[in-house]
Each structure stands twice: as structure tokens, then as C-alpha cells.
Design a protein around this ligand. Sequence first.
Ligand SMILES: Nc1ncnc2c1ncn2[C@@H]1O[C@H](COP(=O)(O)OP(=O)(O)OP(=O)(O)O)[C@@H](O)[C@H]1O
Ligand SMILES: [Mg+2]
Length: 390
Amino acid sequence: MSETSVVIIASDSEQRAVLQVLVDGTSVARVVHSSATFPLEAADPTLQRIQSTNADVILVDIPAANPTLALRSIELLQAELPDIAVFAVGTMSQPQIIVNAMRSGAREFIERPSTTTDLLEAFIRLSASPRKVQREEVRGKVFTVVNAKGGSGATTVAVNLALALQSAHGDTALVDIAPLGHSALHMNLKPLFSVADAIRNLHRLDHSLLESFMTRHEGGLQVLAGPNTPVLVEPSTSEFARLFDMLVSHFRYVVVDASTRMDATTRLVSNLSATVLLVAHADVASLWSAARIQQYLGDAGGREKVRLLLNRFRKIPGFTEADAETAAGMKLLWKIPNQYFAVSTAIDRGVPLMQQNHTEIARAFIGLAGRLTENDVDVKRTTWSLFKTV
Ligand SMILES: Nc1ncnc2c1ncn2[C@@H]1O[C@H](COP(=O)(O)OP(=O)(O)OP(=O)(O)O)[C@@H](O)[C@H]1O
Ligand SMILES: [Mg+2]
């Protein structure tokens, strides 16, 4: 691998010095310029100076207390110098900053305090992924399914939605991040690997390794299974961010079963989603919980993409859909009928409803998949990418 030339932008002088030592310590990269100011407009002399260095990478240090200027600068660098990869350096304790950095165009998010190994791995990943190829990659769309209350039906919805998307469009993945992964059980799959394996191998994860951790369902749906015992040490949100970057670069649609998991990871994945399907029943306690969860997930913005999905729906005299929307404080996206016998038999047998064609409930999932993809003329164009490629 040829030597990578690096520009450092950090307002803090100590951090600038630390980064310089770490970069030089990798032995595969060398600092060619460092700056204390964040360029904020195209005419900024700092920008011209950076351009003249012909650098491969710009490391932008995002201060925890005031990230705004650094994030604006990443956006400008991405727009003005699209051939240079931007790596953001920041704290992992603020998932929103990670997401914003990636959306602004950062290719990598490196934790502070950083190590030489972190940087070395990022440089290797960069050299291993020719940018021209990445530019043409598919960037898929994520749909996350969460419960308003335990047992509302998130797994049933995630599994059948994923199968409906797979049968209509192909190229679909189901990722189980629930506290205990039930989705493989719903499909009678016996996964050998799980999300945890993919995350443990992030440093060398490419498309084929990712697929080898997934279990294929007969119709082609690829399932990245959840844990089969409760997990004590959870991966960090940034590791999930990287895993999802890989998933959206490989699959057209990624359905996530979060079920009752309510933590920074579900929040991050919700942030990355085109739509979050909040599964509730049409009763007061369930709708009350839905409103609370929407608030939690949408705290950092994006509340409007959290949509209500009424499961086990049946008409109740005197209670309208508008009443449900008012109680939950969000728009109704879809309804799935109440069919206890059909649903519980499907789960017990491991033969999902979508495999039992022509039933009313299978039609409801086909309709839901259609609704979520109705504007996707071209998935590449209509979706964002987590790690914008340069
Ligand atoms: N549309 C439906 N009609 C009737 N029963 C349903 C429907 N959807 C789900 N159920 C029932 O609800 C139960 C829970 O379903 P599921 O496992 O999908 O829920 P979950 O919300 O993922 O649960 P958990 O909180 O454990 O993750 C199932 O046993 C199933 O029989
Ligand atoms: Mg579940």
C-alpha cells in the first residue's frame, strides 16, 4: 500500500499534536499539513491550502462541547474536495454526533482518545476500497420495527415485512438486534452466527464475510440473527454504525427487528432508518407507550419518521383511527388484522404468514411493503448513505 498523506484539522493544539504522533506511528501514513481552523466557506484560504497538498485523507477533530463548526466544515470539505476522504475523530458518547458526522460526509468515525491501531485500520480500509467502485454501490434503505410494549408483534411484523420486500424486490436483509433474537425461530432457521460475530470481525468485514455470518431463508432473504442468550457486553453504537454502513452498501432493503430494545443502539439505528415502525395495539396503555417511545427515539430529531403500526387490529365501536393517532401523537402508517390462530401457528411451526399465500394477513404485509417502497423509483438516488462515499 502506498503511503497515505494526511491533513489534520483540530482547534485544540494538544489534540493536533496527538493526532500527528498517531498518524506518523502507523508507518503507512504521513501528516502533510495541519490546521487549527475549520474551513467554512469555499473561498477560505485553509481550503485552498489543503487542496494544494494533494492529501488522501483529512482528519477532522470534532470537539464534544461545540461540534457545529466541525460538522459544517466536513460538509464543505466533502462538497469542495470530493476526492479526499474525511475521517471524523470524536467521542462515542454522543451518537447524534456520529450520525451527523457520517451524514455530513465523513467516511470513518474514529473514537477519541484514538489509538494508532484505530487509524491504521481506517487507512487500510480506505486503501482496500477503491472509491470509484464505492461510488456505484447500492445504498439501501433501513426500516426499523420497535414495540410500543413487549409482545405487541414487532418480530412478526419485521419477519413478514422482510419476506414481503424480498419477494417483491429481492436483495433484502433482516437484522435482529432484539435483546433476545426470536426472528430466526419464526422462520425455523438455525443460524450459526449472529450480529455479535459480524461486529467482532468488523475490522476485516467485507461483503462476502458479512454474508457468511448471515443465514439464508429459502426465498433468498438473508438473516443476521440476534443473540440466543441475553448479552452482557454490548458493542458500542459506533460499531453498529459501521455494521449498518456495510449492510446498506450491500442490500437494497434492511429490516431491523429491535422488538423491546430501547437504548442508544436502537436510537442510532432509528436515526439511520427511512421509517421506524412503532408496533402498538389499539388500547390506552399501548398507545400511551407508543407516544413515550416516539419521544425517546425522536429526541435528537426525525420524530416524523416514527410511524404507528396498529397490530392485532379490529374495529372497536366508538374508537376510530383518528382517536388512535391522537392518543399516540403520530400518524398511522398501517394496520395488521387480529388473527391469533394463524399468527401463533405460523410462529410455532416456523412457517411465516408470508409463506401462506393469499391470506388476508399476508396481503396486509404485501401492502405494507408496497407502501414503504412506493416512491423508490431508484433506491440509489432516494436514500441517504450513512458513510457518504467520496
Ligand atoms: N396480527 C396478530 N394477530 C394475532 N396475534 C398476533 C398478531 N401478531 C402477533 N400476535 C401474537 O403476539 C405474540 C407476540 O408476537 P411477536 O413475538 O411477534 O411479538 P414481539 O413484540 O416481537 O415480542 P417481544 O416483546 O417478545 O419481542 C405472538 O405469540 C403472536 O401469536
Ligand atoms: Mg420480538
